[in-house]
Design a protein around this ligand. Structure first.
Ligand SMILES: Cc1cc2nc3c(=O)[nH]c(=O)nc-3n(C[C@H](O)[C@H](O)[C@H](O)COP(=O)(O)OP(=O)(O)OC[C@H]3O[C@@H](n4cnc5c(N)ncnc54)[C@H](O)[C@@H]3O)c2cc1C
Length: 507
């Protein structure tokens, strides 16, 4: 059941045409965009109809925050997960009000609680915006998006209906993983779990039988925690064989890197980053503050690299970067360490070469170096696909084929300018936006809440500015507190006059 209240326009307003904004995807990113749209529309007195499209039962949960397993915790401390970049304490206060009175900004809350926080905060914003913003929630998938009359966009829905909107935000999250590493025999096996976060899918794994996790990142860590049982061995295999590092219980504040890194070619950038990390270790006794200080700069550094350098980074540096940057909560690290010490969790570097069914229904999986693992189940923990249409989603495939979207650098995600999609010709006239994972080719670090919440705020401002035809609106000027891209603003072309016209008839 959705906890986002559906708020129709007040009586007498129903007949007055108001601009429609459609947000496709109601996971964390879509919920944050909807929240900032509601709050900013009220402040700026901009009436609008907001349509939130997602088949999921509850807004705000998406893939990450739907799990009810209390052992699965956030991998970012409470102080980093507020909906509001300029009010970092907001989530902590919400937890205090909802039964966790002693929680601190350094704690790691449960993922389910975080989904409840997003849904609850959005719900309150929707109610507070009543009279200015009407909200419709459509529990279906968007299957296409095309140009419509008057500069608007028409979204095709899986239930055969359409929504025509003056502005569309695609908050669809990461594309499904391609699973291209998996041999055909494995893909064909009913003992292969390709999407571990599909609700209920892990129930089949039961409480016994050894399991092979392919991938050793945060998803593998989650699965190792969930599947850990006496008498069961969980294997985790990836090319590097490296598990994520752990957060510390008492982290030091981040240390910003020296200025000027964005202008450096990759070899010099590596050297300077290594110096920054070494210096921070000397002064703080820990490398983590150095990485945390680099994080807000990543978009700028990534954009300073050539495509060849980015490809080299992906081949040589990305996996080391990932294990240090995407860290696990200290409590998760403790459980992992215990499971490894007891030999219930075995982590290997290796590549899957082949798989064959066993007589008892399990699988024999062979690694490229000749080792064999005999397991009951194999779970794909390799993470999302990099191309926007990697999972074969018809919405993104259609946008790319029809030229409304263009693949991002190295074919990763899509090209945008501050979240506004570039089309196949490099134009950005359409009121079509995206955030989070689809911007990975452009920004590299864009999939976690600290980045997504800033992008959501920026996109809400851009959408409202497009609807009014000018920045500033009627009331106070909402200024985003930071830049999701970490980049200087790029002047955009004048918004389509047809959109401004459509808004003026609703006044
Ligand atoms: C297991 C896990 C744990 C994580 N933990 C953290 C953490 O602790 N801290 C942190 O900062 N980040 C974490 N992340 C990163 C996470 O990606 C982001 O925090 C955030 O949840 C991403 O939200 P999203 O809305 O972009 O994507 P998603 O969560 O994938 O949500 C996308 C939504 O869009 C909907 N959708 C997709 N396509 C369509 C369509 N065509 N039509 C309609 N609806 C559609 C889906 O149904 C879904 O509800 C985690 C990620 C995972 C996978």
């Amino acid at each position: 059941m959705s906890v986002v209240p559906v708020v129709p326009p007040p009586p007498g307003e129903a007949a007055r045409p108001r601009p429609t904004v459609a947000v496709v995807g109601a996971g964390a990113a879509g919920a944050l965009v909807a929240l900032h749209l509601c709050e900013s529309a009220v402040r700026r007195r901009i009436p609008l109809d907001l349509v939130l499209v997602d088949p999921a039962p509850e807004a705000g949960r998406g893939t990450a925050y739907a799990t009810e397993d209390p052992e699965l915790r956030l991998n970012v401390p409470v102080g980093g997960m507020s909906c509001y970049p300029d009010d970092p304490d907001h989530f902590r206060r919400w937890l205090c009000l909802h039964g966790e009175s002693t929680v601190t900004a350094r704690d790691f809350a449960s993922r389910y609680r975080y989904g409840s926080y997003l849904a609850g905060t959005l719900g309150r914003a929707v109610i507070a915006a009543h009279g200015t913003v009407s909200v419709r929630r459509l529990r279906t998938r968007a299957t296409g998006c095309a140009d419509a009359a008057d500069g608007r966009l028409e979204i095709g829905l899986a239930d055969g209906t359409t929504v025509t909107a003056h502005s569309v935000v695609l908050a669809t999250g990461p594309a499904a993983g391609g699973g291209d590493w998996a041999p055909a025999e494995l893909v064909a096996s009913d003992r292969f779990v390709p999407h571990p976060w599909t609700p209920g899918v892990l129930d089949a794994l039961g409480t016994s039988g050894d399991v092979l996790l392919v991938g050793t990142g945060l998803t593998a860590v989650d699965l190792a925690l969930v599947l850990d049982r006496p008498g069961r061995t969980v294997y985790a295999v990836s090319r590097g064989g490296l598990l994520p590092q752990s957060h510390t219980v008492a982290p030091s504040p981040s240390v910003p890197p020296p200025p000027g890194l964005a202008a450096l070619p990759l070899p010099l950038l590596r050297r300077e980053v290594a110096r920054h990390v070494a210096a921070t270790r000397r002064t703080h006794g820990d490398w983590r503050p150095a990485l945390d200080g680099l994080r807000p700069e990543i978009g700028r550094l990534w954009q300073g690299l050539t495509d060849d350098e980015r490809a080299e980074f992906l081949g040589r540096d990305a996996s080391l970067w990932n294990v240090h940057r995407h860290r696990m909560a200290p409590a998760a690290a403790e459980i992992v360490a215990r499971a490894r010490a007891a030999d219930r969790l075995r982590v290997h570097a290796g590549r899957i070469a082949s798989a064959a069914p066993r007589e008892d229904g399990g699988l024999v999986v062979s690694l490229a170096d000749g080792r064999e693992l005999r397991v009951a189940w194999v779970v794909d923990c390799t993470g999302p696909g990099l191309a926007a249409d990697a999972g074969g989603d018809p919405l993104w495939s259609g946008l790319l084929t029809d030229g409304l979207a263009a693949a991002g650098p190295l074919g990763i995600g899509v090209s945008t300018v501050r979240g506004r999609l570039l089309d196949g010709q490099g134009g950005r006239e359409r009121p079509l936006f995206t955030l989070g994972a689809p911007r990975r080719g452009e920004l590299w670090e864009t999939t976690a809440i600290p980045e997504i919440r800033v992008q959501a705020l920026e996109i809400a401002q851009s959408v409202l500015a497009g609807l009014t035809g000018a920045h500033g609106g009627h009331g106070d000027t909402d200024r985003p507190t930071g830049s999701g891209s970490g980049l200087p603003p790029v002047p955009s072309r004048a918004p389509s006059s047809l959109i401004s016209d459509a808004f003026s008839i609703s006044q």
